[in-house]
Design a protein around this ligand. Sequence first.
Ligand code: SAH
Length: 349
Amino acid sequence: MTERKDIRGMTLEELKEDIGPMGLPSFRAGQIYSWLHQKYVSEFSEMTNLSKDLRAALEERYVIYDTVIVDKRVSAVDGTVKYLYELSDGHLVETVLMKYKYGWSICVSSQIGCDMGCRFCASTLDGCARDLRASEMLAQVYTAMKDIGERVSHLVLMGMGEPLLNYDEVLRFLDILTGEDGTDLSARHVSLSTCGIVPRIYDLMELRPQFTLSVSLHAPNDEIRSQIMPVNRRWGVEELLQACRDYIAATNRRISFEYAMMSGINDSDACAEELASRLKGMLCHVNLIPANEVRENDYVRSSAERLKAFSDILEKNGITTTVRRTLGPDIEASCGQLRRNHTKEATER
Ligand code: SAH
């Protein structure tokens, strides 16, 4: 049998074209697309307005890549839900649902693991096994929505992986998810987070995307940033910030800088002053994150007082700053921990 095509990763236009040779009218593509992207079915047999023969023909030609829930934890503290999904080839990925006043926000993974090596992050410890397909990113969202029986209104690409190293599939995923023939999620409610792959930031600005670009900065200078983020040795702080300024000029969109506060590493008043002077005048926003302490490293989260002092210095310099709420403290909700623990338990068994 020839390899079956990934039907959930096709846009409606592509699907119309692709079913042409099957002798089907193009409205059939609309029906199939709606089953996949509005009713979220994962089996052709569930497409009940199609004949049995047609379903069998589709089954022969296409595959629906799905994610199956193998573990689910719900925080008793704030309702955060963390899923561990299994993909069709047995790999595991994490997806988190966070409850906000405005609705559910979902945190999606773009790769299985990560190669970037950020010292504070648990997702990168085993490297990157492979990129995720657009269809597998869609499945993360669809499986969660089916499970809770509600729509998700916001999305952040802040799970495992570096989205800009899986550029084409990530853009395809967002294109399908925000399309009006699919889930029709508002692109304005999407954030894509990168550790700073500078050439891809330049590619992205050409597209003038509607979503928000978040940049994981975490340090005000090369000395500190190169220690905690190896990617900085390739593209340093000034080169990255210049790309951000160019991005803002090209898109007229505000950039969000992520800054994980680690005690004694990047959280001094001097760091805040230096950060403020570098970001001054930029259309941006700083999101301070109390670092999550993970078992695999020794970084310690900054105190609430330190966060406040740091934030005050930025604000005093005219830089809009927020401190991120910590969610799901009781369910290992952050950064690759659930998957690692599962993999570890499995090898220890
Ligand atoms: N690779 C992308 C997106 C994935 S990580 C990026 O680097 O932006 C999502 C965010 O969580 C990033 O800002 C990352 O730096 C941050 N992060 C990773 N480990 C963390 C930890 N232990 N505490 C706080 N933030 C962390």
